[in-house]
Design a protein around this ligand. Structure first.
Ligand code: GDP
Ligand code: MG
Length: 192
């Protein structure tokens, strides 16, 4: 897919303020700092999503209108591994409500430079329980050496398979090296 136009549409705090559901939607979700905004910037070819080290700046749902025919959505939920069980349940429920209402194509982002995190597996399991299909994008594959990334990938595949009973599509990415951009855009084109 060629990106011919990108417009920042709006940021909203509540699902009720989301744009009319007339266009297909691709949503990225993942732990704070996993690389959601950077991935969007890399795929769209411009610094349009705020990428920052300050996660509290991005607690809104951000909509980008791409090629005038689909939305790319940067989602705010899904906090820290150390968040309390109650707050975890809360954002998991909020994100489910969003997904069930808007039915986006979902990318769950996981950090390829570290070993698989329990909170990521928990989140994927919760999506499965709601029968919400998703693909996994592995971010920051440039941040660790190749051997470490391969080991992390192997563990990820094993643990996801064990948790879900199947393996969703897993795609690698590096927003810094701008790798696998075409492949991810191809997948988006297929899904929207
Ligand atoms: N090395 C490396 N750093 C990345 C990559 N993607 C994001 N980052 C960095 O990770 C931090 C968080 O990225 P950001 O996109 O804001 O994450 P978000 O909170 O999930 O939106 C920033 O400092 C980014 O520069 C990547 O592919 N490789
Ligand atoms: Mg962000």
């Amino acid at each position: 897919m060629q990106i011919t136009s990108v417009n920042f549409l709006k940021s909203v705090a509540k699902v009720k303020d989301c744009p009319e559901e007339t266009l297909p939607e691709v949503a990225v979700i993942g732990r704070s700092n996993v690389g959601k905004s950077s991935l969007i910037n890399m795929l769209l070819g411009q610094n349009i999503a705020k990428a920052s080290d300050k996660p509290w700046k991005t607690q809104l749902i951000n909509y980008f209108l791409v090629n005038k025919n689909w939305y790319f959505v940067d989602l705010p939920w899904y906090w820290y591994a150390k968040s309390s069980l109650a707050s975890r349940r809360n954002w998991i429920d909020e994100s489910h409500d969003y997904f069930l209402e808007r039915k986006p194509f979902i990318f769950v982002l996981v950090d390829g430079s570290i070993v698989p995190q329990k909170i990521d597996l928990e989140f994927m399991e919760s999506l499965k329980e709601e029968e919400l299909p998703f693909s996994i994008v592995v971010t920051k594959t440039d941040k660790a050496n190749q051997k470490t990334v391969s080991q992390n990938m192997k563990l990820l595949k094993q643990q996801v398979q064990k948790t879900l009973g199947y393996l969703p599509e897993i795609i690698l990415s590096s927003s810094v090296k701008k790798q696998w951009r075409d492949k991810i855009l191809e997948l988006i084109e297929m899904k929207i």
